[in-house]
Design a protein around this ligand. Structure first.
Ligand SMILES: Cc1cc2nc3c(=O)[nH]c(=O)nc-3n(C[C@H](O)[C@H](O)[C@H](O)COP(=O)(O)O)c2cc1C
Length: 191
C-alpha cells in the first residue's frame, strides 16, 4: 500500500476528533432555530449564529400573530389552553445536515409558545444535541424546559440552557399608552 493512501482517512478523522474534544461545535453543523415576537430572542439568536458560524432559522406561524400585544396574549392563551399547534410557515428541510441545534424562544403564558411546540412536533431531533435559550419578562421559564424535553425526547437535551430576563412588550405598550394619553382616538380626555 502506498504511504499516501492513508492520508485521506487521516485528513477526515482528525477534524472530527478535534471537533468532538472542543466545547464549540464544528461550524456548518450547527443550526440556530428561534421564535421571537418583539426581538429579544432574535438578538440572541443572531449573536449565537454569528459567533458559531451557524445557520439561523426563524420559526414563524403560517398565520402571523396579531400586531396588537393584548390580542396576541389572548390568542396565545386560547392556543395554550386548547393545546392548539399553529401550522408553520416553513420547515427546516435539511435537518440531517446538523448535529447541534440551539432552540430559542420567549416564555408565553408560563410556557413555550404554541408555535415552538409545532416546530418540535414537526421536526425529528433524534440524536442531536439540543440547547435551549430562553427569554422571559421576569416570571422565569415556567414549564417550558419540560415541554421541550417531552417534545424532543430523542434529542440530547443540554441542561445548561441560557435563560435571560428581557424587556416586556406589555410594559412598553402600557407606558406608551400612558404617554399618548388622550391623543389616542376614542380615549377619554383626562380631567
Ligand atoms: C403573548 C405573551 C405572553 C407572555 N407571557 C409571559 C410569561 O408568562 N412570563 C414572562 O415572564 N414573560 C412573558 N412574556 C414576556 C416575554 O417572555 C419577554 O418579553 C420575552 O423576552 C419576549 O421575547 P421576544 O422579544 O423574543 O418576543 C410574554 C410575552 C408575550 C408577547
Amino acid at each position: 500500500m502506498a504511504p499516501c493512501a492513508l492520508l485521506p482517512l487521516a485528513a477526515l478523522v482528525a477534524p472530527l476528533g478535534a471537533a468532538a474534544d472542543t466545547k464549540r461545535p464544528a461550524a456548518g453543523r450547527v443550526l440556530v432555530v428561534y421564535f421571537s415576537r418583539s426581538g429579544n430572542t432574535r438578538v440572541i439568536a443572531g449573536h449565537i449564529g454569528r459567533s458559531l458560524g451557524a445557520t439561523v432559522f426563524e420559526i414563524q406561524p403560517a398565520q402571523p400573530y396579531p400586531e396588537d400585544y393584548f390580542q396576541t396574549v389572548e390568542q396565545a392563551r386560547r392556543e395554550r389552553d386548547s393545546g392548539f399547534r399553529p401550522p408553520l410557515k416553513d420547515r427546516v428541510e435539511n435537518l440531517d445536515a446538523y448535529d447541534v441545534v440551539y432552540l430559542g424562544f420567549p416564555i408565553w403564558g408560563g410556557t413555550a409558545p404554541p408555535v415552538v411546540r409545532s416546530f418540535l412536533a414537526a421536526h425529528d431531533l433524534a440524536g442531536k444535541t439540543l440547547t435551549p435559550f430562553i427569554t422571559h419578562g421576569g416570571y422565569g421559564v415556567g414549564d417550558s424546559l419540560k415541554v421541550v424535553a417531552a417534545h424532543a425526547s430523542r434529542a440530547r437535551l443540554r441542561e445548561a440552557a441560557l435563560v435571560m430576563q428581557a424587556d416586556q412588550e406589555k410594559q412598553t405598550t402600557e407606558r406608551v399608552n400612558r404617554w399618548l394619553g388622550d391623543a389616542r382616538p376614542g380615549s377619554r380626555p383626562a380631567n
